[in-house]
Design a binder for this molecule. Structure first.
Ligand SMILES: [Zn+2]
Length: 154
């Protein structure tokens, strides 16, 4: 199985688009509509890909919630969102993200182009793992002046 990893900095919309782009590329479908149709028609090649790809609950949730944006995606010629991290609005681009926010006037955000999620061997968002936290360092007993000076009282 392969998991799909998206960048930690991605917004919900970006995660959905990123996972969707990866699914389109892996299934060799050009648009989300094509993918849905192929799935409905029980396309064997597509079904095979879905058997190897594991999505997290959050990714499935986001894919469901972000259907409108998924319908805008296209692999070739490329149409992907460039999302502004400040105002969260996006524009569709084919090549590079605009150097500044084009949606909100005077927005200081610098849009980023959503890239396809990359394959990962492990669940990229495991349920709150229990980590071995290093225990607190043993408290050092500071030497007091009297201990230094013991000899003086002997
Ligand atoms: Zn913006």
């Amino acid at each position: 199985m392969v998991w799909l990893k998206t960048k930690d900095t991605y917004s919900d919309t970006a995660v959905a688009a990123s996972v969707a782009i990866a699914l389109l590329k892996r299934t060799k479908q050009n648009t989300w509509t094509d993918l849905v149709r192929a799935t409905d028609e029980a396309d064997l090649a597509v079904a095979k890909v879905f058997k190897t790809v594991e999505l997290t609950d959050r990714q499935l949730e986001l894919l469901n919630a972000q259907q409108p944006i998924l319908g805008l995606l296209q692999i070739s010629p490329a149409v992907v969102p460039a999302i502004c991290p400040q105002c969260t609005h996006f524009v569709l681009v084919s090549d590079v993200a605009p150097t500044r926010c084009m949606v909100t006037p005077d927005c200081p955000g610098k849009p980023y182009k959503v890239l396809a999620a990359v394959g990962a061997k492990e669940n990229p968002t495991p349920e709150a793992p229990l980590e071995d936290m290093p225990g607190p360092a043993p408290a050092e007993t500071p030497l007091t002046a009297s201990e230094f000076d013991d000899d003086a009282f002997a």
